[in-house]
Design a protein around this ligand. Structure first.
Ligand code: ADP
Ligand code: SR1
Ligand code: MG
Ligand code: MG
Ligand code: MG
Length: 408
């Protein structure tokens, strides 16, 4: 089928035309479609039986960036990278991603399990919902997907062959520009920031030591192909079912179109930074001081659980590594220290780019009045600089925890 952009009517016809759909829906009967797109890049539809008994999720890559329109063209190749990475994640971390149903490269479509009972976690976290298994689940996802695609699990030959399928140059270039370059340099760029942050931003951009460290992080991002990353693991890429009385919910990771072989600390740093962005924004979102303190305690605990689960599971899996060299005493500890330091550095970049770069986050952008937003933005920038500047002297997660939560 030749590529065409789907709409509410044609997506129903499209689903009916696919042989794989018959196992998921009554394709002979009427079907309804609803658009659920809310991300920067793609069009996403729910196609369901009347009353919603059964449904599928259809995600289509547009020939441009959804939020920018035709003025910002982008190839639809990203749908292929999402299909390949989702398939691998589903094998490595079953139950932690939606089940993939089919991939249609001509239409740049990925059809998958519709997580109808789930919600993207960013807004609930802002509102103080406590998902008690969040950090542990994301830590488990990271250990399974990162270890499972590394030299340690696959050996060099298979890892190299796999990496050759993930030349995701277009989306890597977006990250290199929007996360790891533009926020640190004066115009021309696509940055977007409050006028009140101009002085803090000028000061940040004038810091040659900071720019040098960011250049090193960017170079590692481009050259250090340790494992198959998710590539865009912010809190808008995680969905959860409503928590039960104990705060437990079913948690899934979505939207892996940025997948590529990169440094493991990038995925970890992005996730940790998004919990910090939420924590800082509580200065304006929490209804009172006691509730704010409780939300911060919760977020701090989730960050630690994420790292602790990741590192414990990664260590455990390394005992079965394919080469004895990877089981050399002390090696895994040394490796995990570089991952922790990378995570701190990339977390710093994420805090800064979500405050002054092209793509912000709801946690920050929804703060009112503007003076409050500027206070929180100043804090995001300061912590971002601290994390980037101190990453290489961290020794343990406690060091990172102390830096991240100083003064909160
Ligand atoms: P983008 O790449 O444009 O950010 P996403 O994959 O994040 O697209 O999807 C956009 C939105 O569609 C998500 O924020 C979520 O609300 C919804 N969505 C995506 N995948 C699923 C899914 N498997 N089940 C239910 N809703 C989903
Ligand atoms: C131009 S794309 C902006 C951001 O949206 C994606 O989800 C990535 O986070 C990217 O940096
Ligand atoms: Mg998304
Ligand atoms: Mg904006
Ligand atoms: Mg996406």
């Amino acid at each position: 089928m030749e590529y065409r952009i789907l709409d509410l009517r044609s997506v129903v016809e499209y689903v009916k035309s696919r042989p794989e759909a018959a196992a998921r829906l009554d394709v002979a009967g009427p079907l309804e479609a609803r658009e659920v797109s809310d991300g920067n890049l793609n069009a996403v539809f729910r196609v369901q039986e009347p009353g919603g008994a059964r449904s599928v999720l259809i995600k289509q890559g547009l020939p441009y960036l959804r939020v920018a329109g035709e003025a910002w063209p982008l190839s639809q190749e990203r749908a292929d990278f999402e299909a390949r990475s989702l398939a691998r994640q589903h094998l490595a971390a079953p139950g932690l991603v939606p089940e993939p149903y089919w991939h249609d490269p001509e239409m740049a479509v990925n059809a998958m399990e519709d997580l109808r009972a789930h919600a993207v976690i960013r807004a609930p976290l802002i509102a103080g919902v406590r998902l008690e298994s969040l950090g542990e689940t994301i830590g488990a996802f990271l250990a399974a997907t990162l270890y499972g695609s590394s030299d340690f699990a696959l050996g060099g030959v298979e890892r190299t062959r796999l990496a050759a399928q993930f030349g995701n140059v277009e989306l890597c270039e977006l990250t290199e520009a929007l996360v790891l370059t533009e926020p640190f340099y004066p115009p021309p760029n696509r940055n977007d920031h409050l006028p009140a942050l101009q002085d803090a931003l000028d000061d940040l951009q004038a810091d040659a030591g900071l720019r040098r460290r960011v250049a090193a992080l960017r170079h590692r991002f481009m050259t250090c192909g340790q494992a198959l990353l998710h590539g865009d693991l912010h809190t808008g890429s995680v969905m959860a079912s409503p928590p039960d009385a104990q705060g437990h919910s079913d948690i899934r990771v979505i939207d892996s179109e940025f997948a590529f072989f990169g440094p493991m600390g990038f995925d970890i740093g992005l996730f940790l930074a998004n919990l910090l962005l939420c924590a800082h924004a509580q200065a304006g979102h929490a209804p009172d001081a006691a509730e704010r303190a409780a939300r911060l305690t919760y977020l701090r605990r989730q960050m630690r659980a994420c790292w602790e689960t990741f590192q414990a599971r990664f260590r455990q899996q390394m005992q079965g590594a394919v080469s004895a060299a990877w089981r050399e005493p002390g090696f895994v500890g040394d490796l995990l220290l570089t991952v922790l330091r990378d995570a701190a550095g990339y977390a710093g970049c994420e805090l800064i780019r979500r405050t002054v770069g092209f793509a912000h986050v709801l946690d920050y952008d929804s703060l009112e009045p503007e003076e409050r937003r500027a206070q929180v933005g100043t804090r995001n920038l300061a912590l971002g600089r601290t994390l980037i500047g101190s990453a290489d002297v961290l020794h343990t997660y406690d060091d990172l925890d102390a830096l991240a939560w100083a003064g909160m």
